[in-house]
Design a protein around this ligand. Structure first.
Ligand SMILES: Cc1ncc(COP(=O)(O)O)c(C=O)c1O
Length: 354
């Protein structure tokens, strides 16, 4: 067995020590995006975590395999989660709870200025309601600790009423359970590509568990690929600290202390403005060309920003012409419907009526 194969199986054994449940169709495919590759002058691969099956899928399904494993291990009957109004985590938590016969309560935070009625009710909100989640609202969108504390208050009320709640906290002072799912994803990709590896991986970086988990998984397997995190919420300074901390915490859950060095944490925020959940020209361009050239949908908050960030890396020489890049498509497709009015404006501009 090669060195990398034995490190990959050691990672799988370390992951197996954590409780988990199967929720998604894994392995997800890796597609060669031939048309965009030709346009951009690179070989572009997409890891299709948008196709992992559970209720429109996405990255949170891998994270939930471990969150739900932890919740079930405590005998929980209800799970509580917080996220933006159009949170995919909220929708997939409601879906996983429905599948596993648990109740779910989701807390929707007002994080995006200037939302319209569609953003408030359509897309992920509609789906969470269809999945049977109880919905609570939380106005302070930028106060992560307060959002977590509000979940704890609600959990105490449920406990007093005889229920067994389990809270999935978002703040970085809580255990990074969901990151284990992306350590597993790195191992999965190594097994799929069987030695034919990309020169760079491009991945969205929000709460950070996808980015940090993937980085830990790659390094634990001895894979030293640059993992370029594209900021979707915080600027590069804040996000660098967050990812370093989260990666060290995840590594320690896998008995891999000292695995992550400062140089491993690569963060880019060049396509973040004007901020979380808001479109800019580079994001709308990425959404537009990926739909037209690859029949692949990107959402305005996460995957659209990831491809915009990848193009920015090409334009700035961070990714070299002729090289091979792998983007992690983390899903978020229901967000397209919530952003219908904003995307329609862009499409009218791109395709003016004659
Ligand atoms: C579709 C999608 N992609 C990427 C992310 C970012 O993942 P993370 O929060 O693990 O950084 C999210 C987070 O909600 C998401 O919903």
């Amino acid at each position: 067995m090669s060195e990398m194969n034995s490190q990959t199986s050691a990672l799988r054994s370390a992951l197996a020590k954590h409780p988990s449940v199967t929720l998604g169709h894994h392995p997800t495919p890796i597609d060669h995006l031939a048309n965009l590759s030709a346009d951009l002058g690179i070989t572009l691969l997409a890891k299709r975590d948008d196709c992992n099956g559970l209720a429109f899928g996405g990255n949170k399904v891998r994270q939930l395999e471990y969150y739900m494993g932890a919740a079930l291990a405590t005998g929980a009957d209800t799970v509580l989660v917080t996220g933006a109004v159009q949170s995919n985590f909220v929708r997939t938590t409601a879906a996983a709870a429905a599948k596993l016969g648990l109740a779910s309560e989701v807390q929707l935070e007002d994080r995006v200025p200037g939302t319209d009625a569609l953003q408030q009710r359509s897309g992920n909100v509609l789906l969470s309601e269809m999945l049977g989640a109880g919905i609570n609202y939380f106005p302070e969108g930028e106060n992560e600790a307060a959002a977590d504390a509000a979940l704890d208050v609600r959990a105490a009320e449920l406990r007093a009423a005889g229920r067994k709640p389990y809270v999935f906290h978002l703040g970085s002072d809580h255990e990074p359970t969901g990151g284990l799912g992306y350590a597993a994803c790195a191992a999965e990709i190594l097994e799929q590509l069987d030695g034919d590896l990309p020169d760079a991986v491009v991945i969205p970086s929000g709460s950070g568990l996808t980015h940090a988990g993937f980085l830990v998984g790659a390094r634990a397997c001895g894979w030293d690929v640059p993992v370029i995190g594209i900021c979707v919420r915080r600027d590069a300074g804040l996000q660098r600290t967050r990812i370093g901390n989260r990666a060290r915490q995840i590594a320690s859950l896998l008995d891999h202390d000292d695995l992550i060095q400062e140089a491993d944490v690569i963060i880019r925020d060049d396509v973040l403005a004007p901020g979380y959940g808001q479109l800019n020209d580079s994001v709308t361009h990425a959404i537009d060309i990926t739909a037209r050239r690859e029949a692949l949908f990107l959402d305005p908050v996460y995957s659209g920003r990831t491809v915009a960030g990848l193009i920015d890396c090409l334009n700035t020489g961070v990714i070299q012409p002729g090289s091979k890049a792998l983007m992690i498509h983390t899903g978020g497709n229901p967000g397209v419907f919530a952003y219908q009015s904003k995307l329609a404006t862009v499409l009218d501009r791109v395709n003016p009526v004659a």
